[in-house]
Design a protein around this ligand. Structure first.
Ligand SMILES: C[S@@+](CC[C@H](N)C(=O)[O-])C[C@H]1O[C@@H](n2cnc3c(N)ncnc32)[C@H](O)[C@@H]1O
Length: 230
């Protein structure tokens, strides 16, 4: 293995993060408030992932985003900031306390006019959204999956029915997660249904004829796929 094939040392990764996505007070304060409110640690996307998503939004001229898993509001705010004034983020959350917390943070961040937090289980929300598209609503530019991992294969089946051609499907935790107790996707001994579901998702995405896709191996692993129907 030559030097260009070894993993980057931490200091080079930190150099990139510090230069291109330094931690902003807005997000630091939300994280601190979430911890003070007894919400779990480390569920939110990190600044480098937020920046990557903002770059994707700029690349494809995104105006409409739907994300599954609001938690404290970090990813919704990253997306909202990347959209034009008439852009919209629909953010789906099952936990009423998290939804209420996120709405307050979104208001404080000044993007409440662009973000709708829907208190709804993901599977029901998928049905609602498909019905809205069928009734004439615009298709989405971006779908971001960051909720129940067992649903990921189902989300992949659903995505083409609500995504516009050239739109993107993004998904977090497609390689590992802080809550998997050190397991990764490659643990052959694992009997964890989440890991089976993510493996199925990754394999189906990689082979999907209507998506051009890869996994960006930062943080927990981010799947990024452009919808290009045949
Ligand atoms: C990893 S966190 C989302 C983090 C957020 N996207 C961010 O980066 O700031 C996952 C969220 O999904 C929510 N969730 C879990 N199961 C759900 C379901 N079936 N429907 C909707 N939301 C769900 C959890 O309550 C949690 O807030």
């Amino acid at each position: 293995m030559n030097e260009n094939e070894t993993p980057f040392p931490m200091e080079l990764t930190e150099y990139v993060t510090n230069l291109f996505s330094p931690r902003e007070d807005t997000f630091r304060l939300i994280t601190e408030a979430a911890h003070a409110a007894g919400m779990p640690y480390g569920w939110e996307i990190s600044p480098d992932v937020g920046k990557l998503f903002q770059m994707f939004c700029a690349m494809i001229g995104a105006k409409r985003v739907v994300e599954f898993g609001t938690f404290a509001g970090h990813s919704a705010i990253y997306f909202a900031r990347a959209l034009p004034a008439d852009g919209k983020v629909i953010s789906i959350e099952i936990n009423p306390e998290y939804a209420a917390f996120a709405r307050r943070q979104i208001e404080t961040a000044g993007v409440a006019d662009k973000v709708e937090v829907r208190l709804r289980p993901a599977l029901d929300a998928m049905i609602d959204i498909k019905e809205e598209i069928d009734a004439g609503a615009d298709r989405f530019d971006v779908i971001f999956l960051d909720t129940e991992k067992a649903y990921y294969p189902r989300f992949l089946e659903w995505a083409p029915s609500v995504l516009r051609p050239g739109g993107m499907l993004l998904a977090d935790n497609v390689l590992r997660s802080p809550s998997w107790k050190g397991q990764t996707l490659l643990d052959q001994e694992s009997t964890d249904p989440k890991i089976f579901a993510i493996r199925e998702f990754n394999e189906r995405l990689a082979a999907h004829p209507d998506f051009v896709s890869t996994i960006v191996p930062i943080r927990a692993g981010v799947a990024a796929a452009v919808y290009r129907p045949r």
